[in-house]
Design a protein around this ligand. Structure first.
Ligand SMILES: C[S@@+](CC[C@H](N)C(=O)[O-])C[C@H]1O[C@@H](n2cnc3c(N)ncnc32)[C@H](O)[C@@H]1O
Length: 380
């Protein structure tokens, strides 16, 4: 079965759903807010849109974050149009994700989104002027007609690959990255190269497709999870848990050896190099930032009481484990079996607690960038 049929976050609204465990990604989206505002302001000043503004959020998932980028776009349009004394355009929004995404839950909360919109923004952005549709398809395929979109946003999605890199298995079928889920300390050097090659291939295709779908001068703002040479990747911590479970006879060694996560967290210079080589976009901004594994306010919500500082690492470990589970469980359970999930993530919570004791400011390195589609000039 293709990866696009298997990959998705935990749906629904249960304890380990993405809807209840996506505050970190919410923080990431909010980091992009100034670039969303700037993109819309500059598009409005150069008359790229007038009556209708077409926007797509790629890898929207399901939960409170599904409508957050749309909300930020509306805020930016509102602010910009007031400044220019323009009537706001009609907004057409496309929420994209893979077919396995829980679109049902996402669309159940659409009425409350419209309610908030009408309450806070009035008729101008009410449901008749903001039309929202789903596009269930891989963003490594064409999603929209040529030159149809003004603005594309995507947060923490494009680091997911279209497939596992070929180089993770030798020509004779032997797994190369045996003890690791991702690129770990014991990974052979060609594992990083295989993942980077796949990312380069995928991201190049992504840029080419999006450049065809955007209007000339259209914009794109993206975030991806980046790479930190000095700290382990969060998928490595989960790989360490799987190794412990192999030593205790709870997982077969061959199962561990044959699992890899289809993801690559690039370095900023790799992203820059791929964009420049593909050639359809000018890089307007490319920034790196760190996003904490969790915030103190998350801990208060989690415990339902004032924070006891002696519990910082333990409560933090539980929060991080819940968030990791919401993202990783569908893939991991499919390979290792649903039955060991509670045990695996309980152990992960302990690993994360130990890590937080050494590194209380643990954070996800992230990359934020804003691109402008190069203008095409035709010679008559
Ligand atoms: C970590 S979630 C981020 C969701 C949301 N953007 C946020 O910031 O909370 C990544 C999302 O990207 C989606 N995704 C991964 N690969 C994709 C692809 N090839 N096409 C469309 N969506 C994809 C996943 O299904 C998942 O919902």
């Amino acid at each position: 079965m293709g990866l696009e049929q298997v990959l998705h976050m935990n749906g629904g609204e249960e304890d380990f759903s993405y809807a209840n465990n996506s505050s970190t990604q919410n923080d990431v989206i909010l980091k992009a807010k100034p670039l969303i505002q700037e993109s819309i302001y500059e598009m409005c000043s150069s008359n790229i849109f007038s009556e209708c503004f077409r926007f797509a959020d790629l890898g929207c998932s399901s939960g409170p974050n599904t409508y957050l980028p749309t909300w930020e776009v509306i805020e930016a349009l509102d602010l910009t149009c007031r400044g220019f004394n323009h009537k706001p355009p009609m907004l057409q929004v496309f929420l994209n994700d893979l077919p396995g995404n829980d679109f049902n839950s996402a669309f159940k909360s659409l009425p409350s989104f419209y309610e908030r919109l009408e309450k806070e923004k009035g008729d101008e952005f009410g449901q008749h002027n903001c039309l929202i549709a789903a596009v269930p398809r891989s963003f490594y395929e064409m999603l929209f007609p040529p030159h149809s979109l003004h603005f594309i946003f995507s947060s923490y999605a494009v680091h997911w690959l279209s497939e596992l890199p070929e180089g993770l298995v030798s020509e004779s079928g032997i797994p190369m990255n045996k003890q690791n889920f991702y690129i770990g300390k014991t990974s052979p050097s060609n594992v990083r190269k295989a993942c980077l090659d796949q990312f380069e291939k995928d991201f190049t295709l992504f840029l080419k497709l999006r450049s065809e779908e955007l209007k000339s001068g259209g914009r794109m703002v993206l975030t991806v999870m980046g790479d930190d040479k000095h700290s382990p990747h969060v998928w490595d911590l989960l790989g360490n848990v799987a190794n412990d479970m192999v030593s205790e006879g709870l997982i077969e060694g061959s199962k561990l050896e044959s699992f890899n996560v289809p993801l690559y967290s690039p370095r900023a210079e790799e992203v820059r190099h791929i964009i420049e080589r593909e050639g359809s976009f000018n890089i307007h901004q490319l920034q790196t930032f760190n996003i904490s594994w969790f915030q103190i306010s998350d801990m208060k919500n989690h415990e339902g009481l004032e924070l006891d500082s002696s519990k910082y690492s333990e409560v933090g470990g539980k929060i991080v484990a819940g968030r990791k589970r919401a993202v990783a469980e569908p893939l991991v359970a499919r390979h290792f079996g649903k039955a060991i999930m509670d045990d695996m993530f309980q152990r992960f919570s302990i690993k994360a607690t130990h890590y937080l004791e050494m590194e209380p400011r643990a954070a996800y390195p992230s990359i934020l960038f804003s691109l402008i589609k190069k203008r095409t000039f035709y010679i008559k």
